[in-house]
Design a protein around this ligand. Sequence first.
Ligand SMILES: Nc1nc2c(c(=O)[nH]1)N[C@H]1C(S)=C(S)[C@@H](COP(=O)(O)O)O[C@H]1N2
Ligand SMILES: [Mo]
Length: 377
Amino acid sequence: MDRRDFLRRSGLTLTGLLLSPWAVHAFPSREGEVLIPFVDQSKPPSDRVLLDWSEFDSFITPNDKFFNVSHYGIPKFDLAAWKLEISGLVEKPLMLTLEDIKTRPKQDVTFTLECSGNHGFPTFTGAIGNARWGGTPLAPILKEAGIKADGIEVIFFGHDTGEEKRRGVTMRQNFARSMSVEDALQDTNLLCYEMNGEPLPHPNGAPLRLIAPGWYGIACVKWLKRIEVRDTRFMGRFMGRDYVTIREEKRPDDETVWMETSVGRTQLKSLAAKVTRSGDQYRIYGAAWGAPIKKIEVRIDGGPWQEATIDPEEDAEFAWKIWHLDWNNPSKGEHTIVSRAIDTKGNIQPAADSDYIKGKHTYWESNGQVIRKINIE
Ligand SMILES: Nc1nc2c(c(=O)[nH]1)N[C@H]1C(S)=C(S)[C@@H](COP(=O)(O)O)O[C@H]1N2
Ligand SMILES: [Mo]
């Protein structure tokens, strides 16, 4: 009986298990292994919580190690008076308290949340984490409010505000992001008040945030204040100005087209996180995410692609996969290690020098293969 069977048969819930370090560190590590640091890895700045890939050792990212992105700072507001407004083009506007939301059916999802600005070594790479998010599905609430026939857009407003200047106009705006009605009604979207079995921490959006599995972090609006249905596309800063990817694309007839698109769904990605040595056995560990993963391949020093072993510990659709590859008898000196993820549709994570990645002129949505450097002594 393997560990999963044991868990299933013993009826233990994942939430309960998360409290034990044994479950948090469900990682295929070996006794007494030592870390061989990549030479391109710099320690994350000490004034920010970011994932340190060189210490990557758990499937679930503990709440106190989970990164944080707050464009207008962390807002202070009266939690006791907090209500969620559902309004705009709906038949029946709603004002929901946290209790109203918590009495609704509970749904959990293990989802790897990545900031689309997470671009690459040696700079900003740790804005990613994997958590078990708990809340209630969004769709039944929208259906209860009743989206009117002319509603095309669902806008999620946060409590955090900032001053924006545009065309000579200075305005105070709330952080906001939108989705089409169809995307908002996906049954995977949750209004979350729980993270890894604990109340959602305030920096991560308490009392309530949107979790949109399959979307980049920017879509997961924190500190929700209002959900509003409209009949026009929303073009606020985080839809239409920031988090806009500029790509130079070649059409089949060779015409070059410059595309500007709003950051949306996650993209296929992987990287080699760390190398360890146990005696003279070397092993490369990494992660892959952004799409349903079929396999991960690793290439050392430009050699053949070798298939990595995926840790079977948890098979969650929206969570990263942990993988490893044994590296036998590496020679002394500098080596390069690169991984590529392949999804269930056969798509391959693009190479760093592919047209897709080279044609991208902004840093968001950087999902190219990551070439890591290491020195074996
Ligand atoms: N209200 C609000 N929601 C927000 C943001 C924000 O600044 N304000 N930042 C977004 C971005 S860019 C990311 S990457 C994720 C980060 O979520 P976390 O802070 O819980 O890690 O939240 C998203 N939701
Ligand atoms: Mo982000």
